[in-house]
Design a protein around this ligand. Structure first.
Ligand code: ARG
Length: 471
C-alpha cells in the first residue's frame, strides 16, 4: 500500500504544518456532513477530468483505467451505504480522493493533476444544480397540468373576482386558476434560463489562475453534457470568475423564491376559500390535519406550511447574496456556506411542488357557495355602467348613475338584478328590459370575451393552449 498524504491530513496538512488542526476547528471547517450529497457530481467530474488527462497524455491509460475502476467501486459503495465518510477528511472531494488512492494507489494521487478543489467544487455544484433544475421543471409541469385540468372543469363556474379582497366582478374559477398557471409557466422559463448559465464548466481554472498543463476543457465540458443548444461546449472563460462566483446559485435561489411566493399566494387563497366564511373548496383529507382539542376542525396545514416555508426560501436568497457581497476575487472559504441554503431551497421547493400537484388534483369545488358570494357583492355594477355607455352615456356619468342604483339596492337589501324595471328606469330612462341580461352573473361573465378575459369560451381556449404547451 502506498502512503496516502490525504490520510495524514488530520495530523497536519503537509510537511509545512507543525501542529495538527484542533478538533473544534476541524468540526468548524468540515463540510462533509452536508456536501457528501454532491458525490455523484464529484465522481462524474473526476471521470471527465481523468478521461481528458489521459487523452492529452498527462496521465497514462493504465492510470486512467485504475481511476475509472476505483471511482466505480466508490460510487457503488456510497450508493449501498457502505462508504465510510470521515470528518477529518473535511469534504466530499477529499473523502473520495483519499479512498480512491487507498483503492488504486498512485493512480489515485494523479487524479488531482491540473485541478484544485476550487474548480472541482464549483463544477460539482453546477452539475448538481443542473439536475435539480431538470427535476423541478418536471414537477412544475405536473403542477400546471393539475391546475389546467381543474380549470377545464370549471371554465363556467362563477366565483367573485376580488380587488382589495372586496367583491369586484364575477370571474370564472377556471380563469382564476389559470392565472397561477401563467405564473408557474414563467417560473419554469426562469429556471430554464438559469440552467443555461449554470451549465458551464469551471474545471481547468484550477486554483484561480488556470493551469500550465495542456488541458482540453471543451472535451471535459462535452463529456459532462455542458453544451449549448447548438452543441458547442460551454466553458467558463475566466479562471478567477469560474472558481469564485456563485451567481448561478443566487439566480436559482431568486427563481425559487419567486416560485415559492407564487405558491404562497395560492396557499393564502386556499386557506381563505376553505374557511367557513368562504366555503368555496375542500382539500382532500389526506392533506389536512385535525386539532388536538377542537374536534370539529379540519385545517389546511399543507397550504399554511407552504406559505411559511416561503419565508425560509426567501431567507436563503438573502443569505446567498450576503455571502457573496464582501468577497474579493478569487475563491474564499466563505463559499462553502453556499451549500446548505442551496440544498434546502431545492429540497423545499421540490417537496412543495410535488405536494401541491397532488393536492390540487384532489380539490373539491363548491360552485353554489361561489355563486352565492358573487351574487352578494353587486358584482355586475360595472356591467350596468357599460350597458348605459352602450346606449350613449359617457362612462363617468354612467358610473354615477350606477352608484346611486347600488345604494338603493343596498338599502333595500337586494341585488341590482332584483330591482324592478320601473325603479331602474327612475335612475335613467335609457334602461330597458334587456338590462337584465347584463345584470346576471352569467351574462357578465360571458360578455368578457376579450383575449385573456374571463368568458368561459376564452378560458377553454386557454386550457387548450396550455394542454398543447404542457404535452
Ligand atoms: N469544501 C470546499 C467548498 O465547499 C471545497 C473547496 C475548498 N477549497 C479550498 N481551497 N479550501 O468550497
Amino acid at each position: 500500500m502506498t502512503s496516502n498524504p490525504l490520510e495524514r491530513k488530520s495530523q497536519a496538512w503537509s510537511a509545512l504544518f507543525s501542529e495538527p488542526m484542533s478538533e473544534l476547528v476541524q468540526r468548524y471547517t468540515a463540510s462533509v456532513g452536508f456536501d457528501r450529497r454532491l458525490w455523484r457530481a464529484d465522481i462524474a467530474g473526476s471521470l471527465a477530468h481523468a478521461d481528458m488527462l489521459a487523452h492529452q497524455g498527462i496521465i497514462s491509460h493504465a492510470d486512467h483505467e485504475a481511476i475509472q475502476r476505483g471511482l466505480a467501486q466508490i460510487g457503488d459503495d456510497i450508493e449501498a451505504g457502505r462508504f465510510e465518510w470521515k470528518l477529518e477528511l473535511e469534504d466530499v472531494h477529499l473523502n473520495i480522493e483519499a479512498r480512491l488512492t487507498q483503492l488504486v494507489g498512485d493512480a489515485g494521487k494523479r487524479l488531482h493533476t491540473a485541478r484544485s478543489r476550487n474548480d472541482q467544487v464549483a463544477t460539482d455544484v453546477r452539475l448538481w444544480l443542473r439536475d435539480e433544475i431538470d427535476a423541478l421543471n418536471i414537477l412544475l409541469v405536473a403542477l400546471q397540468r393539475a391546475l389546467v385540468e381543474v380549470a377545464s372543469r370549471h371554465a363556467a363556474t362563477i366565483m367573485p373576482g376580488y380587488t382589495h379582497l372586496q367583491v369586484a366582478q364575477p370571474v370564472s374559477f377556471g380563469h382564476h386558476l389559470l392565472a397561477y398557471v401563467e405564473m408557474f409557466a414563467r417560473d419554469a422559463q426562469r429556471f430554464a434560463e438559469v440552467r443555461v448559465r449554470t451549465n458551464q464548466l469551471p474545471l481547468g481554472a484550477a486554483a484561480l489562475a488556470g493551469t500550465s498543463y495542456p488541458l482540453q476543457r471543451e472535451r471535459v465540458a462535452r463529456s459532462l453534457g455542458m453544451v449549448d443548444a447548438q452543441g458547442s461546449a460551454c466553458v467558463c472563460q475566466n479562471s478567477l470568475d469560474a472558481v469564485s462566483d456563485r451567481d448561478f446559485a443566487i439566480e436559482f435561489s431568486a427563481a425559487a423564491a419567486l416560485c415559492m411566493v407564487h405558491v404562497s399566494r395560492l396557499s393564502e387563497e386556499l386557506v381563505l376559500w376553505m374557511s367557513q366564511n368562504f366555503g368555496f373548496i375542500t382539500l382532500p383529507d389526506r392533506f389536512c390535519t385535525g386539532s388536538s382539542i377542537m374536534p370539529q376542525k379540519k385545517n389546511p396545514d399543507v397550504a399554511e406550511l407552504a406559505r411559511g416555508k416561503t419565508g425560509r426560501v426567501v431567507g436563503h436568497l438573502m443569505g446567498l447574496l450576503m455571502l457573496m457581497k464582501g468577497q474579493p476575487l478569487a475563491y474564499n472559504k466563505d463559499n462553502q456556506e453556499d451549500k446548505e441554503p442551496l440544498f434546502d431551497t431545492a429540497d423545499t421547493l421540490r417537496d412543495t411542488l410535488r405536494i401541491f400537484a397532488e393536492m390540487l388534483g384532489g380539490l373539491k369545488v363548491n360552485p353554489e357557495a361561489m355563486q352565492r358570494a358573487a351574487a352578494k357583492g353587486y358584482a355586475t355594477a360595472t356591467d350596468l355602467a357599460d350597458y348605459l355607455v352602450n346606449k350613449g352615456m359617457a362612462f363617468r356619468d354612467a358610473h354615477e348613475v350606477v352608484a346611486a342604483a347600488v345604494k338603493q339596492a343596498q338599502q333595500r337589501g337586494i341585488d341590482l338584478s332584483e330591482l324592478p324595471l320601473e325603479d331602474l328606469r327612475a335612475f335613467n330612462a335609457m334602461i330597458d328590459a334587456d338590462v337584465y341580461q347584463v345584470l346576471t352573473l352569467r351574462g357578465s361573465l360571458d360578455s368578457r370575451s376579450v383575449l385573456g378575459g374571463t368568458a368561459p369560451a376564452q378560458v377553454l381556449a386557454q386550457v387548450a393552449r396550455h394542454r398543447v404547451r404542457l404535452a
